[in-house]
Ligand binder design. Structure first.
Ligand SMILES: *Cc1c(COP(=O)(O)O)cnc(C)c1O
Length: 423
């Protein structure tokens, strides 16, 4: 058994240090599995770079209309390959993951069409986009697009056999990560493959669209390789590699990307316009992404084992297959959630001196507390911890630019809980 001498550097009291050491022994083989996935993803992405013959000139900013931006075209070709798909749009004009998903859904759906969400109610901010909560201005509902969702089963799994076979959706929507929902788990690669296959059988007319946020490069097969038509996500999560300053992407079949491009810019203009600055960090970000995801997964797996040994319920457990980079730790009190988030913030490289407090965020129902002492505002693939303030007071821990930083901060969060009232 290799010895982790650095564990002393976590500077934890004996009880916590022992738990950390025991956790590390537990996770050896899970960490090794993460390494081999990172290797496969890194190789695929490296080859994508070489295929487009990337050069220094491709990092030039474009201006005005942004016609003939060769760097942008190469970036989109790299993303298409990274996501094992035909084509991609990668745009800094997309303000967030929610925006990317919105553009994709409005690009694909027409009045009278049905959007069927196969994985329960979608992520909080998508509720307003759909218009499922009421009369949200500009929602899909307002445009006459119908919406249904399928409930996860009692174990929090999505049972492909229980999908409603009488529906005729235009878009069968799959959210890979569970978001803030504790009623379901993130889809593992195997579950995602089964769900896509069943959706294809039941709804041959439908496009299968995956909200890929937090799921990118967690496995070596992306949803398109498992049969999805489109994946969508944010550049301040996994595929930005911690370096992209913002933006969003869609990757999938050419025909869908074309329809979405008509909505992103305008019919006739499609993806041919869009002045893009800062391409160097977008390229470097997707190149670094497998490494960021591997750091994030290793810290998540460690945290699962560590907090379980300390007596907390965690999801998933350290040795369960993962579908995203998120680690849920159930803390059972608002006070513990705040302690945890304050400790993560205090252990951050940016704004370590500020104290996160719960607040209302646009698009979220309950007050949310967010510790994100990140280089990019709200970049939750950098180490971050957040939680909606509601029962059972679970904290969502994710991201890691570097593994030593994430492990240090995770140790500090445990210490902060310990100096409170314990589990
Ligand atoms: C973060 C996230 C989104 C939305 O992304 P934003 O960039 O915050 O708008 C959508 N779905 C899931 C599963 C997410 O994790």
């Amino acid at each position: 058994m290799p010895e982790h001498k650095w564990i002393k550097q976590l500077q934890l009291p004996e009880k916590l240090e022992k738990a950390a050491a025991a956790a590390l022994r537990l996770v050896e083989s899970e960490w090794a599995a993460v390494d081999s996935i990172a290797f496969a993803n890194q190789r695929r992405i490296l080859e994508a770079f070489q295929k487009v013959r990337l050069g220094e000139e491709d990092f030039q900013d474009s201006s005005g209309y942004g016609y003939h931006d060769r760097g942008r075209e190469k970036l989109e070709a790299v993303f298409a390959d990274a996501f094992q798909s035909e084509a991609a749009l990668v745009r800094t004009q997309i303000v967030s993951g929610t925006h990317a998903l919105t553009v994709a859904l409005f690009g694909l759906l027409r009045p009278g069409d049905l959007l069927y969400c196969l994985t329960g109610e979608p992520y909080d901010t998508l509720q307003a986009v759909i218009g499922s909560l009421g009369s949200e201005a500009g929602s899909l509902h307002e445009w006459g697009i119908n919406y249904r969702f399928h409930h996860p089963n009692a174990e929090g799994r999505i049972d492909p056999q229980s999908l409603d076979s009488t529906l005729r959706p235009k878009v069968a929507y799959i959210q890979r990560s569970a978001g803030y929902s504790l009623d379901r788990t993130a889809l593992t690669e195997k579950e995602l493959a089964e769900l896509i296959a069943q959706a294809r059988r039941l709804y041959p007319q439908a496009w299968i669209v995956v909200d890929n946020c937090y799921g990118e490069f967690v496995s070596d097969r992306e949803p398109a390789a498992l049969g999805a038509d489109l994946v969508v996500g944010s550049l301040i999560k996994n595929p930005g590699g911690g370096l992209a300053p913002g933006g969003g992407y869609m990757a999938g079949r050419k025909e869908l990307i074309h329809q979405i491009a008509a909505r992103l810019t305008a019919p006739g203009l499609y993806g041919n316009l869009g002045a893009t600055s800062g391409k160097r960090s977008l390229f470097q970000g997707i190149f670094m992404a497998p490494n960021l995801v591997s750091n994030a997964l290793k810290n998540a797996i460690f945290a699962a084992a560590f907090f379980e040994l300390l007596g907390y319920e965690v999801r998933p457990r350290y040795n369960e297959p993962r579908g995203d980079i998120v680690q849920v730790i159930i803390l059972k009190s608002a006070e513990r959630v705040e302690r945890f988030c304050r400790a993560i913030q205090a252990a951050s490289p940016v704004e370590s001196h500020v104290t996160p407090v719960p607040g209302d965020l646009p698009g979220y129902r309950d007050p949310v507390i967010m510790a994100a002492g990140t280089f990019h505002q709200g970049a939750s693939a950098e180490l971050s911890a957040d939680a909606p303030l509601r029962e059972p007071y679970a904290v969502f821990l994710q991201g890691a630019l570097t593994l030593p930083h994430a492990l240090w901060a995770t140790g500090q969060a445990a210490l902060a809980l310990e100096s409170g009232d314990g589990p």
